[in-house]
Design a protein around this ligand. Structure first.
Ligand code: NDP
Length: 346
């Protein structure tokens, strides 16, 4: 192992601080590994931009997303994990120890890396979206709903997120219209029922947003309308709009791992079945960055636990290998970390 002299070194570096990253931190720190968590651009992850979390086990009456993540973090810190409020912007997984560059200009090295960078809200990619993002367009009702008191807002999407955003917005808005590109919703039945029974919510189906329109008055930019098209009839319309919430799913935050980690066509990191191991020994992935199926806080937390256990056992096997002992071909993962082989050797 050739240490990089200018790098701050840690045994385990966790990238991302949502349920996956912070659970990995709890387990790694409890295993007495020197553990740092790079909190990244959204400390606490996606739950910090949600309101009530009703389905996280252990909280019978629900809990606010940000509060839940504070508890995760405090629990990790109690065992010695440290949060660094920096974002890793570049990695080198072809070197060992692995190298990580942060946005503060600092260089870090780590013996094992756990990637838990999650996913981010997708954009529609139509004209005007970038221009009016934050000026009438939002991807987070919890963050921005308050600004749309007594106004007419739109929510784009047909999944649970869109339903949740629409329901939340009825607390403030006068009227909420859900725009969806099909007739059928992908959202769970219970969410659909809640939305359909809410008198403030109506629907614009088989419809897509093609352009965001706005104006700048007294130096203030704001969205004023949207151009929509019915995908069946081709009919277009310009509708006045005070606000639009784009809730069309997420994409994994994996750009910096390209060229190192194997990913599927959507950019989700591929892990070995029933494990968090990536194609690079010593690099593990957990949470939404490798899961496009379940994407729940509790499944992310579960996979964070797996990643920490995988990392701990991998490090253990590697140390045994360095000491010249023989280990089985799986790096000791199946047997709990005894002895060594090519998995542990780099
Ligand atoms: P989903 O992928 O489930 O839904 C995305 C929606 O956006 C779909 O209806 C899709 O349409 C639509 N869409 C995607 N791209 C475009 C586009 N370019 N233009 C127009 N529409 C588009 O994402 P969600 O974020 O809603 O949910 C992700 C996961 O999180 C799910 O598993 C969900 O159950 C879960 N979740 C659970 C919650 C809860 O339990 N309270 C709350 C929020 C999310 P189409 O259907 O035609 O593909």
């Amino acid at each position: 192992m050739q240490a990089e002299p200018h790098a701050e070194h840690h045994e385990v570096a966790i990238l991302g601080a949502g349920p996956a990253g912070l659970t990995a931190a709890i387990y790694a720190a409890r295993a007495r590994l020197d553990t740092v968590v790079f909190e990244g651009p959204q400390p606490g992850g996606q739950l910090t931009i949600t309101t009530e979390v009703e389905n996280y086990p252990g909280f019978e009456h629900g809990i606010l997303g940000p509060e839940l993540m504070d508890i995760f973090r405090r629990q990790a810190h109690r065992f010695g994990a440290r949060s660094l409020y920096e974002t890793i912007v570049r990695v080198d997984f072809h070197r060992y120890p692995f190298l990580l560059w942060s946005d503060s200009g600092k260089l870090y090295s780590a013996e094992a890396v756990i990637v838990a960078t999650g996913a981010s809200a997708k954009k529609l990619g139509v004209p005007g979206e970038a221009e009016y993002m934050g000026y009438g367009i939002s991807a987070c009702a919890t963050c921005d709903g308050f600004f749309f008191r007594d106004q007419h807002v739109y929510v784009v999407g047909g999944g649970d997120t869109a339903m949740e955003e629409a329901l939340f917005l009825t607390r403030f808005a006068r009227r909420v219209t859900i725009i969806h590109r099909r007739q059928e919703f992908r959202a769970s039945k219970i969410m659909q029922e809640r939305v359909r029974s809410n008198p403030k919510i109506d629907f614009l189906l088989d419809t897509v947003v093609e352009e965001f329109l706005g104006e700048t008055r007294d130096g203030l930019r704001r969205l004023t309308a949207i151009r929509v098209r019915n995908v069946r009839t081709g009919e277009q319309a310009v509708l006045p709009a005070d606000g639009v919430f784009v809730a069309i799913g997420h994409q994994p935050n994996t750009d910096i791992f390209r060229g190192f980690l194997q990913m599927d066509e959507q950019g989700y990191i591929i892990t070995e079945p029933r494990s968090t191991r990536t194609n690079i020994p010593g690099v593990f992935a957990c949470g939404d960055v490798q899961d496009k199926v379940y994407r729940q806080a509790v499944t992310a937390a579960g996979s964070g636990c797996m990643a920490a256990i995988d990392a701990e056992r991998w490090l253990e096997a590697r140390r045994h290998a360095e000491q010249g002992r023989a280990v089985p071909a799986d790096g000791g993962l199946a047997s709990g970390g005894e002895s060594s082989s090519s998995v542990a050797e780099r």
